[in-house]
Design a protein around this ligand. Structure first.
Ligand code: COA
Length: 260
């Protein structure tokens, strides 16, 4: 993809891995309308770009991942525009979650409000030690509006989610890991290394299997998830990748997946 954005940096340093960096450091990478539009654009492109197999999402600087929705813009909302803004944010974050290529958030500082919700819409989260998570909306007289009331209970359970949403209290990276909100915590110097290692560990596997495993896991909230798991399992059993993966094990060699 050759795209340039006002509020995002887009790079592909590692082959097949897109890096999207939210780049509004003067406002701690807060999500204004422009950032949201560009996030939608970049993830639409990532979805259709066959050369991209995974994505790392982070924020510029070492202070913030994303310090929330832009509070200046929130103040301008009335009831109708508030509902529209919430629906728009939800749709864009759903687009990220629906990306069938692993999206890993590198949470490198404050992940508050919309920032925490954005991290939750990613499939996996690596936090640096200075990361701070929180949903402070109730303190602003609001509630999380970009999917946080739905995703947080799915990730950490209802009781913990309610505690965080109702108190608005902040969690350190370590506390976030303890409740399962982040997969790993590493020192600031090792954030990139860790996230690239995690991506490598995923991308060395059968590409079709990775994609279908993500689909199956995201159906785990529904009863139909069991049926979908069986359908996807059956589908994969008929692919060249499964033939190759199983044969490679039996022949004591590394598999050479072709994604077919
Ligand atoms: N929306 C808009 N602007 C924001 C912002 C947000 N969510 N978060 C930070 N900023 C801006 C500040 O207004 C400030 O801009 P200015 O220099 O023009 O005054 C700049 O980013 C730096 O923030 P500042 O508050 O000076 O940094 P800090 O280190 O003192 O505090 C935070 C950092 C994250 C604790 C603090 O910025 C904060 O509480 N932000 C809001 C978090 C929040 O409630 N988010 C949820 C919104 S729903």
């Amino acid at each position: 993809m050759s795209a340039s954005f006002d509020t995002l940096l887009y790079e592909t340093n590692q082959p097949g891995v897109a890096t999207v960096t939210i780049n509004r450091p003067e406002k701690l990478n807060a999500l204004n309308d422009n950032v949201l539009n560009e996030l939608a654009e970049v993830f639409k492109q990532i979805n259709i770009d066959d050369t991209v197999r995974g994505c790392i999402l982070t924020g510029t600087g070492d202070k913030a991942f994303v310090a929330g929705a832009d509070i200046k813009e929130l103040r301008e909302l009335n009831e109708h525009r508030g509902r529209m803004a919430s629906q728009k944010g939800q749709q864009i974050f759903q687009l990220i979650e629906d990306t069938r290529k692993p999206v890993i958030a590198l949470v490198n500082g404050y992940a508050l409000g919309g920032g925490a919700e954005l991290a939750m819409a990613c499939h996996l989260r690596v936090a640096t030690e200075n990361a701070v998570f929180g949903l402070p909306e109730v303190g602003l007289g609001l509630i999380p509006g970009y999917g946080g009331t739905q995703r947080l209970p799915r990730i950490v359970g209802r009781a913990k989610a309610l505690e965080l949403i109702l108190t608005g209290k902040q969690l350190s990276a370590e506390q976030a890991q303890q409740i399962g909100l982040v997969n790993r915590v590493v020192s600031q110097d090792y954030g990139w290394e860790e996230v690239e290692k995690m991506m490598d560990a995923i991308l060395k596997n059968g590409p079709l299997a990775v994609k279908q495993a993500m689909r199956a896991v995201y159906h785990s909230d529904h009863k139909s998830g069991f049926q979908i798991e069986s359908e996807l399992f059956g589908y994969l059993c008929g692919t060249d990748d499964a033939e190759e993966g199983l044969s490679a094990f039996l022949e004591k060699r590394k598999p050479n997946f072709k994604g077919i």
